[in-house]
Design a protein around this ligand. Structure first.
Ligand code: F6R
Length: 362
C-alpha cells in the first residue's frame, strides 16, 4: 500500500534505506564486518559478463567500476538486446550475471541463455526469486527491497547497486587484492549507506523547488565521471520516463565531443560530482558549461560544495560518503528530482505512458 504517499514511486524512494539495509544484511555479516557472498569462486573465473536492460544495466555499470577497481577482475556490461544478436566472443571461464528486477525481461533472459550455453557459470541478481531468470541460474543473489510497484525503478536499483558493492568487496578479498582489515573497513562503509541514503532523501524539499524550475525545460543534460557517469544516465532515464522531458546523460569528458553544442540558457545541466578523485575534472566541466550560459544544478557533498567554482544556479549538498557508496547516496537526489518534476507536470508517475513494468517481449 501507498500509505501516506501520493505515488508508489515516492514511497519506494523513501523505502530505500530499509531496502538497502535488508539487501546488504544478506551479503555481509554485521557482527564481523565480513562479506558472506555465496556460490561463486572468484578465483575460478577470469572475467564477469553482466547482461541487463534499462536501469538494471546502469546498476551493472556502476558495479563494473567497483569490481574492476577493487578486485582487479575485468567486467563487461552489455545491453542484453545487443548482446543477444551479435556474436560476442564468449569464454567459458567468465561468470555470467543477469541483472533483472523482474527476472522476466525477454532480452536479458535470451542473453543469459547465450552465456549459459557457452559454458559459463551463471548468477542471477533478481527481485523475483521465482522468476525464469532465477530458475535458470546456477546461483541466485536476490535483492531484498520488497516488491516494486512503480514502473520507474528506484529501490530495486539501489538494492542492485548494494549487491554489486558487496560482490566487489567479496571478489577483492577472495582474490587477495585486499586484506581482512580493508575488507572490514569497506563493509563498515557499506553498512553506513542506509543512514546516508536517508539523509539524502531529507533533501526532498530543496529538490522540489529545483523541480519546479526543471519542469519548464525542454531538454536537460546530466553529467558525471566515474560511477557518476553511469548515474548521469540513470538521472536522464528517470526524468524522461516519468516527466517526458527530453534528457541525456553523458560521461562529462564527452562534453566537448558533442553535447556542449546543446548548452544554452534554457537547458539545465545537472552535474553529479561528489568530492572524489574525479571532482576537479567535473568542476572544470561545470565552468565550461557556465561559460556558455548553461544553468548548472551541482549535486555534490559538503567538501565538493566548498571547492565548487562559483556561479552554479543551485548547489545541492548531499551527505559526504566514501566513493564505494556514493552512487547509492547520490541516487536519491536524482530520483526525487525526476519524481517532483513529473508531479509538477501532472504526469501519471506510477504508470508512465507507453511503459510496462515487466518487458517480457523483445
Ligand atoms: C526504468 C526501468 C527499466 C527496467 C528494465 C529492466 O526505470 O525500470 O529500465 O530497469 O526494463 O527490467 P528488469 O530489471 O525487470 O529486467
Amino acid at each position: 500500500e501507498k500509505g501516506n504517499y501520493r505515488h508508489f514511486m515516492e514511497k519506494e524512494i523513501h523505502d530505500q534505506p530499509e531496502g538497502c539495509q535488508r539487501t546488504i544484511a544478506a551479503y555481509v555479516d554485521t557482527l564481523t564486518d565480513q562479506t558472506t557472498v555465496q556460490g561463486v569462486d572468484f578465483n575460478a573465473i577470469d572475467r564477469i559478463q553482466i547482461v541487463a536492460c534499462g536501469t538494471s544495466w546502469i546498476a551493472g555499470m556502476i558495479g563494473r567500476y567497483l569490481i574492476e577497481q577493487l578486485a582487479d577482475l575485468p567486467v563487461d556490461v552489455e545491453i542484453a538486446s545487443e548482446f543477444r544478436y551479435r556474436s560476442p566472443a564468449l569464454r567459458p571461464n567468465a561468470l555470467a550475471i543477469a541483472m533483472s528486477q523482474s527476472g522476466e525481461t525477454a532480452d536479458t533472459l535470451a542473453a543469459f541463455r547465450h552465456c549459459i550455453e557457452a559454458g559459463m557459470k551463471s548468477a542471477a541478481i533478481v527481485n523475483a526469486t521465482e522468476s525464469t531468470i532465477a530458475r535458470e541460474a546456477d546461483v541466485v543473489w536476490p535483492i531484498h527491497c520488497g516488491p516494486e510497484i512503480g514502473v520507474a525503478s528506484t529501490k530495486a536499483f539501489t538494492a542492485q547497486v548494494s549487491v554489486m558493492i558487496a560482490l566487489a568487496i567479496a571478489a577483492a578479498k577472495a582474490r587477495g587484492r585486499i586484506d581482512e582489515a580493508e575488507e572490514k573497513r569497506l563493509v563498515h562503509v557499506l553498512l553506513e549507506a542506509p543512514r546516508l541514503i536517508a539523509e539524502a532523501i531529507g533533501l526532498e524539499d530543496a529538490l522540489k523547488e529545483i523541480a519546479a524550475e526543471i519542469a519548464k525545460a525542454k531538454d536537460v543534460l546530466y553529467l558525471g565521471r566515474g560511477p557518476m557517469s553511469a548515474l548521469a544516465l540513470e538521472g536522464a532515464l528517470k526524468l524522461k520516463e516519468i516527466s517526458y522531458i527530453h534528457a541525456e546523460g553523458y560521461a562529462a569528458g564527452e562534453l566537448k565531443h558533442g553535447p556542449i553544442a546543446l548548452v544554452d540558457e534554457a537547458t539545465p545541466v545537472i552535474i553529479l560530482a561528489p568530492y572524489d578523485s574525479w571532482f576537479e575534472k567535473s568542476a572544470s566541466n561545470m565552468s565550461e558549461v557556465m561559460a556558455r550560459g548553461g544553468q548548472v544544478v551541482f549535486i555534490t557533498d559538503p567538501e565538493g560544495a566548498k571547492h565548487a567554482p562559483a556561479g552554479a544556479k543551485v548547489v545541492v549538498t548531499a551527505p559526504a560518503s566514501d566513493p564505494l557508496i556514493s552512487a547509492l547516496v547520490m541516487s536519491a537526489p536524482i530520483q526525487l528530482l525526476a519524481y517532483h518534476v513529473a508531479v509538477v507536470k501532472g504526469a501519471d508517475v506510477d504508470q508512465p505512458r507507453n511503459l510496462a513494468k515487466s518487458v517480457t517481449v523483445e
